[in-house]
Design a protein around this ligand. Structure first.
Ligand code: HEC
Ligand code: HEC
Length: 220
């Protein structure tokens, strides 16, 4: 028993010191650059599927105000990184934040420095909500809605949503939960909650805003 207690105390101490050293290590954009150039460049350098490109201020205009912590939460949630889902979980917080610091440093100068993290908490939370909605959408709804198959209103297609979007979010979500025409009840995903259907629908509506890039424009 004594042995057991000693070993529990010992491993707790080891874990605590490992944890402390991980947290203490300062974020390092130079290390982030090396990691980025190995693991992230293939999408981000050429802006694949709207991935923000290093050095392109326009790509980061909406992202800089979100700040490092929100971007970090966004990418570990994985909505934009469905293709690299297998990669994300292995990164440490330090590595990811160093990569994010590198990326934001490529578009930060005296005029943009103050923008970093300047968005309101509500805007940061809304961004994460939409990104989570996007992730779920890409798992559950894209098959019909990306291309407008089976009469589904197509993602980002203003005309297809014109008669629908003013119904209000709750009515739209109710249609999804009840099902309609070729859309099964719950869009075919019975395990998701009403709140999750709302996030997916909010994401779908957000694609009607200017500046959204459709999957077709990206050659997908
Ligand atoms: C398979 C392609 C791909 C790879 C690999 C990839 N990304 Fe991305 N990334 C994207 C796409 C696409 C978006 C933006 C989508 C959007 O605007 O909704 C994105 C967005 C981001 C964002 C902004 C997140 C947000 O909330 O809008 C950050 C930060 C980011 N990526 C960092 C990284 C880092 C760090 C790596 C390497 C570990 C990486 N990405 C690897 C495709 C990729
Ligand atoms: C099998 C194909 C299919 C899948 C999968 C699917 N939908 Fe649909 N969806 C449709 C069709 C078809 C319509 C048009 C129904 C009508 O109005 O006749 C539609 C309509 C909608 C509408 C508009 C509802 C309204 O009141 O006008 C929303 C919002 C929507 N879908 C969201 C979703 C979400 C969220 C998912 C994923 C959970 C999803 N759909 C999955 C086919 C699909």
């Amino acid at each position: 028993m004594k042995k057991l207690i000693v070993s529990i105390v010992f491993s707790t101490l080891c874990f605590a010191s490992w944890n402390a050293s991980a947290e203490d290590k300062p974020i390092d954009p130079a290390a982030g650059k090396t990691l980025y150039e190995t693991y992230c460049f293939m999408c981000h350098d050429r802006g694949l599927s709207h991935a923000p490109r290093p050095g392109e201020k326009g790509d980061w205009a909406k992202l800089l105000p979100l700040g490092e912590d929100t971007l970090y939460t966004s990418i570990i949630d994985g909505p934009n990184h469905m293709y690299s889902k297998g990669i994300s979980p292995i990164w440490s917080e330090w590595q990811l934040k160093s990569m994010i610091r590198y990326l934001t440093s490529t578009v930060t100068d005296a005029s943009t420095q103050a923008q970093i993290g300047s968005a309101s908490e509500a805007d940061k939370a809304q961004h994460l909500r939409l990104m989570h909605g996007r992730k779920l959408y890409e798992q559950a709804c894209f098959k019909c809605h990306n291309y407008g198959d089976l009469g589904a209103p197509q993602l980002g297609n203003a005309e297809a949503w014109a008669a629908r979007k003013d119904k209000g979010i709750d009515t739209l979500v109710k249609t999804v939960i009840d099902g309609k025409a070729h859309m099964y009840a719950h869009g075919g995903s019975n395990s998701l909650s009403t709140e999750e259907f709302k996030m997916m629908t909010e994401y779908m509506l957000s694609t009607l805003e200017e500046g959204w890039v459709s999957p077709q424009q990206n050659g997908q």
